[in-house]
Design a protein. Structure first.
Length: 91
């Protein structure tokens, strides 16, 4: 999650720059699952372009881990339910 931290520092340090504005729009689009024009990333210099790509990678990994946590939570809840197999059958 290094890229996300680096982007946060850049946005805090230079919020009015074109790079900070573009990265901010990218992050908001990812969080809100809203459209983002990929051509905006191409306008960034090489360093910030790579940072945008790393943000995308980190965001994807984070989403995977969030899904994994939700799966674990649901699995834990299901495991705590009374099992139908162990319940005595009704005659």
């Amino acid at each position: 999650m290094h890229a996300i931290k680096e982007a946060r520092k850049l946005i805090e340090r230079e919020p009015q720059t074109a790079a900070a504005q573009t990265l901010s729009r990218l992050v908001l689009a990812l969080e809100n699952q809203s459209p983002f024009s990929i051509s905006e990333i191409y306008s960034l210099n090489y360093e910030h372009f790579n940072l945008a790509l790393e943000i995308l990678k980190d965001w994807r990994i984070d989403r995977y881990y969030a899904s994994k946590v939700k799966l674990f939570d649901v699995s834990t809840q299901a495991a705590e339910l009374p099992s139908h197999a162990s319940a005595s059958p009704k005659a």
